[in-house]
Design a protein around this ligand. Structure first.
Ligand SMILES: N[C@@H](CCC(=O)N[C@@H](CS)C(=O)NCC(=O)O)C(=O)O
Length: 119
């Protein structure tokens, strides 16, 4: 079972690599603005989780460089996710805004949020 999950994860990563989406092209100023906004976010994720791949593809489409935090292998990020978000479930987008921190779960909600913020 563990092997099958591992194998499927590799297939997902390969397909994601082969069919990588194109990123939107912005003017240098607009890209700088998007990069600044992205600095207030971090994505807690597992590398081969299909829901995380879905969010990373949305990030690629929007050409946003959000920091990726490995919640599977990095004990600090894992602990931060559990303490801040309340559970170990990925993907989870940490958003810092006006001194407040929001932990957004659910890949579809995160994709919708990114499209709204960066489109
Ligand atoms: N409906 C969720 C599903 C997310 C989900 O099931 N994530 C799995 C990884 S693929 C998870 O975090 N499982 C908890 C664990 O493995 O500890 C979404 O779309 O984000």
């Amino acid at each position: 079972m563990k092997f099958i999950r591992w194998f499927l994860g590799r297939v997902i990563l390969l397909l994601n690599f082969v069919f990588s989406p194109r990123g939107v092209k912005r003017s240098p100023d607009a890209q700088k603005e998007a990069d600044t906004k992205a600095q207030s976010m971090a994505l807690y994720q597992f590398e081969a989780c299909p829901f995380c791949v879905k969010v990373r593809r949305a990030m690629k489409r929007q050409s946003v460089n959000i920091e990726l935090r490995d919640a599977k292998n990095d004990p600090t990020h894992r602990a931060d996710l559990e303490a801040g978000g309340g559970r170990i479930k990925v993907p989870c987008l940490r958003i810092e805004k006006d001194g407040q921190v929001e932990w957004m779960y659910e890949s579809s909600d995160i994709v919708t949020y990114l499209e709204k913020e960066f489109a």
